[in-house]
Design a protein around this ligand. Structure first.
Ligand code: CA
Length: 368
């Protein structure tokens, strides 16, 4: 009797093991790949960030580690900071040409090639992190993003968010729209175009040059990111006033780009690991920013006595009006910008309506 029982157990085990090892023929990825399920992939990721840049570069490196762990070592990714393998702003081309398989950066860096890509990172008076994630994952945003990058053989994934950035550092108070006239400010992209319409002069400066330019008075003001990174750059030593909110970058989304041919070579389980690990990075970067910004802002105001000021309503209203002009002008120049702008605007408006009766109303309730 005991002998029969052992035979039954052994047969059952053999069946289970055999079943588990059997390739799944329903797996669509198995039709596109010739690799065996035990093959190890050695990939490279380049980024747009300086070496050891906290949250951004360290986030990309953590993603590589997570993917390696989750894949049981079958997908190993070596990460290179900007300039280590290719210059930071060649990340898009390097991945597009499959010179490397992955890149981490932000979509607005590629505005020169794909103007509509700016909606996938940040536009002035655009959506916050919460709204962006809802739009990208569930509101059709990610489909539009994939369509934009398809001609470049790239698959984009949302891969981090800065949250609402700060308005920037100023050495004179901004009390009216007139104070923006003649203002030399480091502010890139569409935000810079808006400032220009308001009579200011946007200046393009790389991160490493910002502090010195402000300290020497070559610029009157600068935006950078949020309290955590602004404190790290020491901007509080070069300017008196710290303005909010960051109307020009209300929730900058970061991206992971993967070469589509390289992605198709991965078995389906590794593809899924890349997707889910990147979703986790997207959330981790955002929540890290939120937690560290709270702490850094306290230090800036309490320890370094930074004067925290809100832009006056009149200034914010005018900048918003000028933003609409800038976005409409860009839409008139580029058909896909127009298409994405329409979809983005619609989701933003619907989301704002919901916000009025959810988060906004709740914030008011807390003030009672
Ligand atoms: Ca910024």
């Amino acid at each position: 009797m005991k002998k029969y029982l052992i035979i039954i157990v052994l047969c059952t085990l053999t069946f289970i093991i055999g079943y588990k090892l059997k390739p799944n023929n329903n797996n669509p990825a198995s039709e596109t790949t010739t690799s065996s399920p035990t093959k190890t992939f050695h990939w490279k990721m380049v980024t747009t960030w300086p070496p050891n840049f906290p949250i951004f570069q360290t986030g990309a490196e953590q993603l590589a580690k997570d993917i390696e762990t989750m894949s049981g070592g079958r997908l190993k990714i070596k990460v290179y900071a900007g300039g280590e393998l290719v210059p930071a702003l060649e990340t898009f081309d390097a991945v597009s040409q499959n010179a490397v398989q992955m890149g981490h950066g932000a979509a607005y860096y590629w505005a020169g090639k794909v103007p509509a890509a700016q909606f996938m990172s940040a536009v002035p008076y655009g959506m916050t992190a919460k709204a962006m994630n809802s739009w990208l994952y569930n509101g059709g945003g990610l489909e539009l993003w994939r369509e934009l990058y398809k001609p470049f053989n790239l698959i984009p994934f949302p891969a981090g968010n800065s949250g609402v950035q700060m308005g920037g550092w100023f050495n004179k108070k901004i009390e009216s729209v007139a104070d923006l006239k003649g203002l030399k400010m480091r502010i890139p992209g569409l935000g810079g175009k808006v400032l220009s319409k308001a009579g200011g002069t946007p200046i393009l400066l790389a991160g490493g040059e910002v502090y010195t330019a402000l300290e020497r008075g070559n610029i009157d003001a600068t935006e950078w990111a949020g309290p955590f990174h602004d404190k790290r750059l020491g901007l509080y030593r070069a300017a008196k006033y710290y303005y909010y909110p960051g109307w020009h970058e209300p929730g900058t989304t970061l991206e992971l780009i993967v070469n589509s041919k390289a992605f198709a070579q991965l078995p389906k389980d590794l593809q899924k690991i890349v997707e889910i690990a990147t979703q986790s990075l997207n959330q981790r970067i955002y929540t890290t920013f939120e937690a560290l910004n709270i702490k850094a802002l306290k230090e800036l105001t309490e320890k370094h006595h930074v004067e925290l000021l809100e832009f006056p309503p009149e200034v914010l209203k005018e900048l918003r009006h000028l933003t609409t002009e800038v976005l409409n002008e860009e839409a008139a120049k580029d058909a896909s910008f127009k298409k994405v702008y329409e979809a983005y605007k619609k989701f933003q408006a619907d989301n704002a309506q919901w916000n009025v009766i959810s988060e906004d109303a709740y914030s008011r309730a807390l003030e009672q």
